[in-house]
Design a protein around this ligand. Structure first.
Ligand code: PLP
Length: 374
């Protein structure tokens, strides 16, 4: 059996329905910030329970433009975590600001208790990352940010429809940034991103920044970027958006099955504690595993496309050398990097595929235990 990580061929099996909707855009010539973009923005804002959503070119641009719209730039410091996709930190660096890392907790998200220790007079914002689709502790982060007059830009690229106490992520901070990349839970046919906010002023500034600062076809209020959400991608997103609650429920059900089966293997496998007031949307299913590299190789031999998200923390990337961090600076994150493994959890997995994964993880440790005794 093969258990692939990517499920795009299954997801877009009904390709003709999408092509028909795209045909209509082509016939109307409605290519740039067309009706489909406006419809997507309205529906996405409703899903996130916020008044404004602004479609942009990618999740990376969503972060970059949000920081720019908040006037973050050279001389400023922005606090974030070292265990994220490169784009979180790239967006901060591209504004001219300096990324400042804090270690993470057992949930793989920003450890709020460490914020005080990295605060300086130059700190301007916090970018918490809802890694794996698991919300960072937003109530505590917002309380800290408000106490110290800091902006909060949520990196919710992996966390569409995740929520804390029923309130979706993205709407906790000043801005929330999502990715529509083909590997995300709500995925389009190329790049796409969206920013949500409760601030009318920020929404207006973001609309200007993503479209050359234009207020009309001929008048520019400020200089900006070309970072519009492509209309054809919005057509794809509009077909998928109503499916988000159902596909999320399916991912959660798969994660629950994996949790139950893998918890039996503790302490060889460590499942993070799940919080009852949090809707974790399992963009990825990550656990810590003894003998991680051997387990990874074994699962791949069995046709199970396990992965590691992410093997090299940001502070140890060559790109971050100028920041002056060293190995040992973020011990929790670094220890997790040695042990984390990602198993497929997507909504198109069959029951047989799930059981096949469970069977092989158990089999690996049974064999390993026997080998150790021998
Ligand atoms: C945590 C995180 N932040 C930012 C991004 C960037 O999104 P995009 O690829 O749409 O630019 C991604 C995904 O790629 C991500 O996983």
């Amino acid at each position: 059996m093969r258990v692939p990580f990517s499920y795009l061929s299954r997801q877009f099996a009904d390709v003709d329905a999408y092509l028909e909707a795209i045909r209509e855009v082509v016939v109307r010539g409605d290519f740039t910030l067309g009706a489909a973009v406006a419809e997507f923005e309205q529906c996405f804002a409703a899903l996130c329970q916020v008044p404004y959503a602004i479609g942009v070119n990618s999740g990376t641009d969503a972060l970059f433009l949000s920081l720019k719209a908040l006037d973050i730039g050279p001389g400023d410091e922005v606090i974030t975590v070292p265990n994220t996709f490169i784009a979180t930190v790239g967006a901060i660096v591209m504004t001219g600001a300096r990324p400042v890392f804090v270690d993470v907790n057992e949930q793989y998200t920003l450890d709020v208790n460490r914020l005080e220790g990295v605060l300086t007079p130059r700190t301007k914002a916090i970018v918490p990352v809802h890694l794996t689709g698991n919300p960072a502790d937003m109530p505590a982060i917002m309380a800290f940010a408000r106490r110290h007059g800091l902006y909060v830009v949520e990196d919710a690229a992996q966390a569409i429809f995740a929520a804390i106490d029923g309130q979706p992520v993205g709407g906790w901070g000043d801005a929330g940034c999502f990715s529509l990349h083909p590997l995300k839970n709500l995925n389009v046919w190329g790049d796409g991103g969206v920013i949500v906010t409760r601030s009318a002023e920020l929404a207006e500034r973001l609309r200007l920044l993503r479209n050359h600062g234009l207020v009309t076809r001929d008048e520019a209020r400020c200089f900006g970027y070309n970072s519009r959400l492509d209309t054809i991608q919005a057509v794809v997103a509009n077909r998928l958006l109503p499916q988000v609650p159902a596909l999320t429920a399916q991912r959660i059900a798969h994660a629950q099955r994996l949790d139950a089966a893998l918890a039996e293997l503790a302490p060889l496998i460590t499942i993070p504690p799940r919080r009852p007031n949090v809707r974790q949307v399992f963009h990825t299913y990550v656990v810590q595993a003894a003998q991680r590299d051997r387990l990874l190789a074994y699962l791949r031999q069995q046709g199970i496309e396990a992965k590691v998200h992410y093997p090299i923390p940001l502070h140890l990337q060559a790109a971050a050398a100028h920041l002056g961090y060293r190995r040992g600076d973020f011990p929790v994150c670094e220890a997790q990097c040695q042990r984390i493994i990602t198993l497929p959890v997507h909504q198109h997995l069959s029951a047989a595929e799930l059981e096949y994964m469970v069977h092989h993880v158990h089999r690996f440790y049974r064999r390993h235990a026997t080998a150790q005794c021998a």
